[in-house]
Design a protein around this ligand. Structure first.
Ligand code: GLY
Ligand code: MN
Ligand code: MN
Length: 445
């Protein structure tokens, strides 16, 4: 556990309380990155063509960012989710073309730029065409220059009556080729996004494995943060413990900027500056998610910085927790996200008494209960779709009382199963007694 020792030393030099009183929970390193295996990728492509019927599907990859210009924002490259979902490839400036004649004849072709040794000096080696085939399971790998002629050829192979599905969104509005195809195919150019979104909504076995790993890493980070939290620490120190645990667990990056908001910042829903020094008696909301192999977790815990909830904090905490339980217990195939939202709100309306003053506490639950979870933290998919096995969603009620600087959010990641649900984020402590016991145990060490 050498890196762990190094991190402690760095933090000790920067600010006292974290380093001198606590240590991050031991992190188990695992494989750094896992691609979907070719048979899974093929099943996804077949499912897409099943939805489309006869026609063509064209999916662009992401493009390489300017290494100089874009550095402050992010690393030089992250593949576009749809392209990665269907190919497993992280090559930029590439295209996937799928065709189906509606009679059972189907093709898949990849258009991948030639390797460029000068560029690879900066970004590292790209897969060769043979490697691209081995990763994706697609045997036809050719230059992007061939794309237009291949499309014309596919058209002449009896596909002229079919539609062409293209991603039509803000990202592709400026893409010359896509806009040209939209003009050429006119009414037969269809938006691919909602079709693929409905397929991505139900996670396959590989996706569930990746999500479980992202969520387990995130739950471990919550446990480490629980043990580390002390009055006097800066929010960013807690963020450092969390993100150390992400990376040490093999997560590539954060699925979204970590929210570590204490005291007055607990009522700011997407606070991610993480600059405040935490005081005795504060709550801190930690809304965090590791991204592992393109899949993101999203788990929120709210804990008392000093290791004990005040009676008032506990009152609000338990209302949120019970509203969450009420909704989670109803997760099963056939129910909708809208219905779950109503269940949580009704629970708060009927059970909050005077806890939130003259209004009931549901009036202070100022965001939605759930979103889909997957490659995007707010994953794609139509929210009117009834739940089905394999879907993954968050359940995240909150109560925010700005006049008291008191905010509580509890967020878990839930898999819909054949008969109900599985709480994927169960390893992140949530029960208030357990939170207090763990915090006080670690304070005595
Ligand atoms: N972490 C952002 C959200 O919960 O939606
Ligand atoms: Mn969320
Ligand atoms: Mn969240």
């Amino acid at each position: 556990m050498k890196p762990f020792v190094v991190i402690l030393a760095v933090v000790a030099g920067a600010a006292g309380p974290l380093a001198s009183q606590s240590a991050p929970t031991e992190v188990v390193a695992g494989p750094p990155f896992e691609r979907p295996p070719p048979p899974i990728l093929d099943a996804r492509r077949q499912a897409l063509l099943d939805s489309v019927g006869a026609g063509m599907v064209l999916v662009p990859s992401a493009t390489l960012k300017s290494i100089e210009g874009d550095y402050p924002q992010d690393s030089d490259f992250r593949q576009h989710n749809d392209f990665f979902y269907l190919t497993g490839l992280e090559t930029p400036d590439s295209w996937l073309l799928l065709t189906a004649d509606g009679q059972g004849a189907r093709t898949a072709s990849l258009f991948v730029p030639e390797r460029n040794p000068a560029e690879e000096r900066w970004t590292g080696p790209r897969p060769s065409y043979e490697e691209a085939t081995a990763i994706s399971g697609i045997s036809s790998v050719i230059l992007p220059d061939e794309l237009m002629s291949t499309l014309q050829g596919a058209r002449s192979l009896g596909l002229e009556g079919g539609s062409i599905y293209l991603p039509l969104n803000d990202r592709t509005r400026g893409n010359e080729l896509i806009q040209r195809l939209v003009r050429e195919f006119s009414v037969r150019a269809r938006n691919l996004d909602p079709v693929l979104a409905q397929i991505r909504l139900v996670k396959d076995d590989h996706e569930l494995q990746m999500l479980r790993r992202a969520i387990d890493i995130t739950a471990g980070a919550h446990r480490a943060a629980l043990e580390a939290a002390r009055p006097g620490m800066y929010e960013y120190e807690l963020e450092a413990v969390i993100e150390y645990n992400f990376r040490a667990g093999g997560a590539e990056r954060v699925g979204f900027p970590s929210i570590v908001g204490s005291g007055p910042n607990t009522v700011v829903l997407h606070y991610d500056k993480n600059r405040r020094q935490m005081d005795e008696g504060d709550l801190v909301v930690m809304d965090i998610g590791a991204e592992y192999s393109y899949y993101s977790a999203d788990v929120t815990r709210t804990i008392p910085v000093s290791g004990r909830f005040t009676p008032r904090q506990r009152e609000i905490y338990e209302l949120v927790l019970e509203a969450q339980r009420a909704a989670i217990e109803e997760v099963r195939p056939g129910v909708t996200v809208g219905e779950l939202n109503q269940i949580a709100r009704a629970w708060l309306r009927e059970n909050s008494g005077g806890a939130c003053g003259v209004r009931t506490c549901d009036m202070y639950f100022v965001h939605g209960l759930s979103h889909w979870l997957g490659m995007d933290v707010h994953d794609v998919g139509d929210y009117t779709t009834p739940l089905a096995p394999g879907m993954v969603l968050t359940i995240e009620p909150g109560i925010y009382l700005p006049e008291e600087n008191l905010g509580v959010r509890i967020e878990d990641d839930v898999l819909v199963t054949d008969s109900g649900y599985e709480l994927l984020s169960r390893n992140a402590p949530r029960d208030p007694e357990q939170i207090e016991a763990l915090m006080n145990e670690s304070a005595r060490r």
